[in-house]
Ligand binder design. Sequence first.
Ligand SMILES: [Zn+2]
Length: 176
Amino acid sequence: MNVSSMVKVALAVAALLSSAESAFAQGKTRLLWLGQASWRIESPGGKVIVIDPWLTQGPKAPAQYKDLSALGKVDLLLVTHAHVDHIGDAPAIAKMYNTVLYGPADMVTPLIFLGMIPANLGHRFNKSGSVTPLPGIKVTAVKAEHSSLLVWNNPATPGSFPTCSSSPSTTNPTSF
Ligand SMILES: [Zn+2]
């Protein structure tokens, strides 16, 4: 299942859930919707996959997940693009659990060069292709028609970058 279809399936499941704190189990895979496009998926083998974790600032993230340690050990981190409601807390989670962050090269490269994640924690997808980051778990990147602007406020010049009025947060280092 590729990243995009996984997210679409996950979002379809989300519509069936009565609350963000409900867990959905199908077979031996557990899906937990954490608001917006954020998911915590537990594989049949017990590996934890987190997608697009917009938690600390996400308005629909369950309160308990505002504390990122509630996720437990994260084995795989997938980020679809750099908009704040998708990249969210991903750099913090990558560093917290020493988890490799998989995402588009145009997003991962600046994350590394801006020092938001160490180089060894960034895996860059091109426009397509598959990887098997964990035994039995295959991730395929597919072409998408969407922007992926990463905005970073330089701590040496705080407040120098104008905050977009559509940004849901004025304090998050990444917004669109
Ligand atoms: Zn977006």
